[in-house]
Design a protein around this ligand. Structure first.
Ligand SMILES: NC(=O)c1ccc[n+]([C@@H]2O[C@H](COP(=O)([O-])OP(=O)(O)OC[C@H]3O[C@@H](n4cnc5c(N)ncnc54)[C@H](OP(=O)(O)O)[C@@H]3O)[C@@H](O)[C@H]2O)c1
Length: 263
């Protein structure tokens, strides 16, 4: 295996690096390019700028903010010309955008992880450009899998709904905790207790979902006794003006915005 160059070692890049090392990737096979010295891990070779990297990496993982990407790519053209594969996790940056900077024949994988990657419970959807071999896809798959599950799509247009669902999704779940806590406080619980109950309920239900083989619908039915309290709440949540139309509107808005940002 050749070298892996990680460009940007912030929240997401840092989590991925930790995952790779935990899965047995040799520290000597990684170079981290990151301007902030404090973010450059001591155990791997760290450089302030990719200009300091002479050897051609086998894979370049692009983990800078989308708005920093224009500044990073000019120096990457030399690696693209030498056959490196690029794995981007930047939201909204399309295969066409990368081809525009790195050349039409550059090998690029565009991916969208999500923030539970920080605890290796993320889910990433990836899409390859033409010319990425099955073996190169597998290498990228393994790298992404270090922080959670990985799915592939051939149709890049699906990255917009993916961004709307799993990319932005953690924020919806955090909002759910906030909304449940606020509703509990309105019924007389202290805000602190309401928040503790809401947080533990969502986190515990998430773990149950993860560990159970049953579909979400069945898990819901399992805790809904006919005529009971849960059934009463679900009548409101599942009404025609309940949460489904709100989620339909929210995800459509996020997907639209993802498309707009991609240009
Ligand atoms: N966080 C998420 O939940 C999430 C989810 C899905 C996708 N993503 C994607 O992941 C990417 C990284 O996000 P993040 O949250 O990890 O951002 P972040 O914490 O800001 O990390 C990006 C890092 O890249 C560094 N950087 C900037 N310019 C650089 C350059 N020329 N060479 C090397 N490093 C450079 C930044 O340094 P400075 O701060 O000094 O500029 C920063 O430390 C983004 O493109 C984002 O769209 C993130």
């Amino acid at each position: 295996m050749g070298k892996l160059l990680l460009v940007g070692c912030g929240k997401m890049g840092g989590a991925m690096l930790e995952g790779w090392l935990a899965r047995g990737l040799a520290a000597s096979d990684v170079i981290v390019a990151e301007p902030a010295e404090a973010l450059r891990p001591k155990k791997v070779r760290g450089v302030a700028s990719t200009a300091e990297v002479d050897e051609t990496p086998e894979i370049v993982v692009l983990a800078v903010k989308p708005q920093s990407m224009d500044g990073v790519l000019p120096d990457m053209k030399r690696f693209a010309d030498s056959g490196s594969v690029f794995l981007s996790i930047a939201a909204g940056k399309t295969l066409k955008y990368f081809a525009g900077h790195l050349g039409a024949s550059a090998k690029i994988v565009r991916s969208m992880p999500n923030t539970p990657a920080a605890v290796r419970q993320g889910i990433t959807v990836a899409t390859p450009s033409q010319g990425v071999s099955a073996e190169e896809k597998k290498r990228c798959h393994d790298l992404l899998e270090a922080v959670g599950q990985v799915l592939w799509v051939e149709d890049e247009a699906l990255m917009d709904p993916v961004t709307a669902l799993s990319g932005s999704g953690p924020a919806y779940v955090f909002l759910l905790v906030e909304a449940m806590a606020a509703a509990g406080a309105k019924l007389g619980l202290t805000p602190e207790m309401a928040m503790q109950l809401a947080r533990a309920t969502v986190a515990g239900s998430g773990e149950l979902l993860k560990q159970s083989v049953e579909p979400a619908t069945q898990l819901r039915i399992n805790v809904t006794s006919p005529g009971g309290t849960t059934a009463e709440a679900l009548k409101v949540l599942m009404a025609d003006d309940g949460i489904q139309p709100v989620f339909d509107k929210a995800l459509a808005a996020a997907s639209r915005r993802s498309k707009e940002l991609a240009g």
